[in-house]
Design a protein around this ligand. Structure first.
Ligand SMILES: Cc1cc2nc3c(=O)[nH]c(=O)nc-3n(C[C@H](O)[C@H](O)[C@H](O)COP(=O)(O)OP(=O)(O)OC[C@H]3O[C@@H](n4cnc5c(N)ncnc54)[C@H](O)[C@@H]3O)c2cc1C
Length: 363
């Protein structure tokens, strides 16, 4: 039996793929509902269609523009992005897994490993602790991964704080906004419409999250009403992390499989699930295979993040100015951030002035 801890997108999609291969799969989820609490903005590119066709009820908005705001200037760039209802998305993927025969055990919290093929689990509904035997154990239990800790695989772990709230706000419902510069050190701020009256507003940072968040809230909305909080941790990709130790595997946020430029982890975790399914079914080395399939892309995002973290307000202005050219806009529309290698290669080819930034990456 394969025990997957966590029914987020990584765990459920892996469960779906393995069950489709005829494997006996149980997905353990500590909450009594799939998809709650929401701790995500739910933006994805159309690259999600490489994995499945989303059900209509999962989609909150389709966006065709991103507004990039620097300290002084702002530009609008055409894009194609999807804003999802994250709880409905998680339910959608979990249903796919169940339809293929995977069992989902709600209210089941992973506590500890007992040797290499047993796990201790708390059945929260019956308030009891039980042991489950498993040939394969997968930690898909998010950024606080208890499986990674129990297996001693959580070394050198760094994360951003993603502080986000749903706020009462009317904005252009076809565009989302991103904010850069010294008011958003080491990451960025965002404001994303989810309906005609509400938006998801947030900042990512390494520290002082509350201070940056409230300053941004006031600047963008004039202190509009907070409807609910949707904050969480965003792991920084760690290319040195071991993600397989014998029959124990990590995936998704538990394995830091997140784009360091944007904090987006949904698409990388779906791609990782395909790799991990192949590794489990065909006894391949997941540490190596993941690097082969996704390592270069995530490393490029990491390099870009470290470059952006060294940007001054002036550098951002220069970047915004370069992005406003028609030839650059076309590339940004054609290649999304889930295909970063052709995106960066084409930007460098069509606008050699980007080399000014590229040199900084490798210095
Ligand atoms: C504020 C914020 C905004 C974000 N916005 C975006 C975005 O716009 N686009 C994007 O692509 N990504 C975004 N992300 C990142 C994205 O949310 C994650 O990368 C993604 O959820 C990872 O999926 P996962 O399945 O690995 O983990 P999770 O979605 O965290 O799922 C883990 C599951 O494991 C369960 N679990 C945890 N511990 C246990 C345990 N001990 N026993 C049993 N179950 C357990 C949890 O309840 C949860 O259901 C954002 C993150 C934050 C914090």
């Amino acid at each position: 039996m394969i025990a997957i801890v966590g029914a987020g997108p990584a765990g459920s999609y892996l469960g779906y793929l393995l069950a489709r291969q005829g494997k006996d799969v149980a997905i353990l989820e500590e909450h009594d509902r799939i998809g709650a609490p929401v701790q995500c903005t739910g933006i994805v590119t159309h690259s999600i269609e490489k994995f499945f066709r989303l059900k209509q009820n999962v989609i909150a908005k389709m966006l065709n523009k991103v507004i990039v705001v620097g300290k002084r200037d702002r530009i609008e760039v055409n894009v194609d992005e999807i804003v999802m209802w994250r709880n409905k998305f998680d339910e959608f993927v979990a249903e796919m897994a169940q339809e293929q025969g995977a069992k989902i055990l709600l209210n089941h919290k992973f506590l500890q490993l007992n040797g290499k093929s047993k796990i201790k689990v708390k059945d929260k509904k019956n308030n009891s602790v039980k042991e489950i035997k498993a040939d394969v154990i997968v930690g898909a239990d998010g950024p606080y991964s208890a499986v990674a800790k129990a297996a001693g695989m959580d070394s050198n772990y760094k994360h951003y704080i993603g502080m986000q709230a749903k706020v009462k706000l009317s904005m252009d419902t076809k565009a989302f906004e991103t904010y850069f510069g010294s008011d958003f050190p080491n990451f960025f701020g965002w404001c994303v419409p989810e309906s005609d009256e509400a938006a998801r507003l947030g900042v990512g940072c390494l520290e002082n999250a509350q201070e940056y968040f409230y300053r941004f809230l006031e600047k963008r909305t004039g202190k509009k009403e907070i409807l609910c909080w949707e904050s969480g941790l965003i792991p920084l990709y760690n290319p040195k992390m071991a993600i397989q130790n014998g029959n124990i595997y990590l995936i998704g946020d538990a394995a830091t499989q997140v784009k360091a430029t944007t904090g987006g982890g949904i698409i990388p975790s779906l791609k990782a699930a395909q790799t991990l399914c192949d590794c489990i079914v065909n006894s391949k080395n997941y540490n190596k295979e993941f690097k082969r399939h996704s390592g270069k892309e995530l490393l490029l995002h990491l390099k870009l993040r470290s470059l952006l973290n060294r940007f001054s307000d002036k550098d951002y202005e220069k970047l915004i100015e370069m992005m406003s050219q028609e030839k650059v806009r076309k590339i940004l529309k054609k290649y999304d951030r889930d295909t970063p290698i052709p995106l960066v290669a084409n930007l460098l080819l069509r606008e050699p002035r980007f080399l000014y930034f590229a040199k900084k990456i490798f210095s």
